[in-house]
Design a protein around this ligand. Structure first.
Ligand code: PSV
Ligand code: MN
Length: 426
């Protein structure tokens, strides 16, 4: 199903008057503080977040999966779902594919379908964390780090294949996340595993087209519980440096031990020009993958504050690739993704409201109280009318969740696809 421009206009008409007064008030408040409202709106409109093809189903845990009706059963339907998200929010203009879960059969048709929704293909993701049917080698004991040369070669070849698939879709980056590690002390030799990983990544890197980037993701634990080969940003950064200029670290918010200062990691990587990509989610205990901003919204704001500072002051760092990497478990995946998109825009808008000049002055004067006042003044601003205005100007709806519900989108999807359709992926 597709959402028509008329549906969007009809919805907005009913809510416009209330919005206009809220937006006027907020514009006055923000302008009085010296901000250029139009410049902020433009930045919000430009900010596009990729939706992973594996996040359009309900997901689940290793203890079970409770499907959500009307899930997209094919790549085409997944692209349609992102089209729905993008039509409503105007901030989901990209999809990120996981291979082999989503290999296109007809590239021309897939490219046309995505273009018809105004969607581009963001990073392609390889999968060497599961054994594929009829594969010669198993990844049970690792992939790029394996002690088995044939398994390493198979994993390298898979990544090269993923680059080729991405190339046909107009993707410009490959994300590598490795499950490699050890479940038990003594199981692996840390140095050999790291060296194999580095050598394998360099082999993949050699085949990267000139205008592509390689993103190296890190994660401290899970699925391995004793050690992960690329466990932290430092290891990823080191590997990216050994590959070359086109290799970068990718930060996934859920891939940190509790209380890690992620904003500081962001600042360090951007200073060094090595923050390539970002996966958004939220968590309480580990890699919980819950809705962005649902648990630690202030931490998300502080991370965005570091990102905004980096985007404005670190020309050595490329514009990062943004993606949501969450699992919805018991929610309607599309509603959950809308909530995540809104939380991302909200944190970004608040970070754009930080008075950077006054903050620098307060830092120079070591006025600690004033530093906190400046950050919290921005954080405490209710920016929702600003985000709604950005959406409205781009052709989206004022209030995406309420629009999604009033348009009965899930009901229509169930009618089209049936109650029992299940999305591939996690
Ligand atoms: C791993 O936990 C991860 O964050 C990586 O980005 C994967 O590609 C994705 O989730 C899906 O498994
Ligand atoms: Mn991730």
């Amino acid at each position: 199903m597709r959402i028509s421009k008329d549906q969007i206009q009809d919805y907005n008409k009913k809510n416009k008057a209330e919005h206009a007064s809220q937006f006027d008030f907020l514009s006055q408040v923000i302008s009085a503080k010296g901000h250029d409202v139009n410049a902020i709106l433009q930045k919000l409109q430009n900010f596009q977040v990729a939706i992973p093809s594996w996040a359009l189903g309900a997901g689940g845990t290793r203890f079970g999966r409770f499907g959500f009706q009307g899930e997209p059963a094919s790549l085409e339907q997944k692209i349609d779902d992102v089209g729905i998200l993008h039509a409503l929010t105007q901030t989901a203009g990209a999809i990120s594919l996981h291979i082999p879960w989503d290999i296109p059969t007809d590239y021309t048709a897939i490219n046309q379908l995505a273009a018809s929704h105004d969607i581009v293909f963001d990073a392609v993701n390889s999968n060497t964390f599961q054994d594929q049917k009829n594969a010669a080698e198993s990844y049970k004991y690792g992939s790029l780090s394996s002690t088995n040369k044939a398994a390493r070669e198979q994993a390298i070849a898979h990544n090269i294949e993923v680059i080729k698939i991405g190339d046909k879709l107009g993707s410009k980056s490959l994300t590598v996340w490795l499950a490699d590690g050890a479940n038990f002390p003594g199981q692996t030799n840390f140095q050999t595993a790291l060296q194999h990983t580095q050598d394998s990544l360099i082999e993949i890197y050699k085949t990267l087209p000139n205008d592509w980037k390689l993103f190296i993701e890190y994660k401290p634990y899970e699925p391995n519980f004793y050690s992960t080969v690329i466990q932290d940003w430092g290891t990823s950064f080191m590997l990216a440096n050994s590959c070359g200029d086109k290799a970068y670290t990718l930060v996934d918010l859920g891939h940190h031990l509790p209380n890690t200062n992620i904003e500081q990691i962001v600042a360090t990587l951007m200073l060094k020009g090595k923050l390539g990509g970002f996966h958004f989610n939220d968590s309480k205990y580990g890699d919980d993958d819950v809705t962005v901003g649902s648990i630690k919204p202030y931490a998300l704001f502080l991370i965005f504050n570091a990102l905004v500072y980096g985007m404005e002051n670190n020309p050595q760092n490329p514009y990062p690739a943004w993606m949501i990497d969450a699992s919805h478990n018991i929610k309607d995946p599309l509603e959950d993704l809308i909530q995540s998109l809104e939380a991302i825009q909200e944190a970004y808008a608040k970070a754009l409201l930080v008075d950077q000049k006054s903050l620098t002055e307060a830092q120079l004067n070591n006025d600690v109280v004033q530093c906190q006042e400046i950050l919290q003044d921005a954080y405490r601003t209710d920016v929702r009318p600003l985000i709604a205005q950005a959406r409205l100007t781009s052709g989206g709806v004022l209030h995406p969740i309420s629009a999604y519900r009033s348009m009965h989108i899930r009901k229509n999807l169930i009618n089209e696809r049936g109650a029992n359709s299940v999305a591939s992926g996690l």
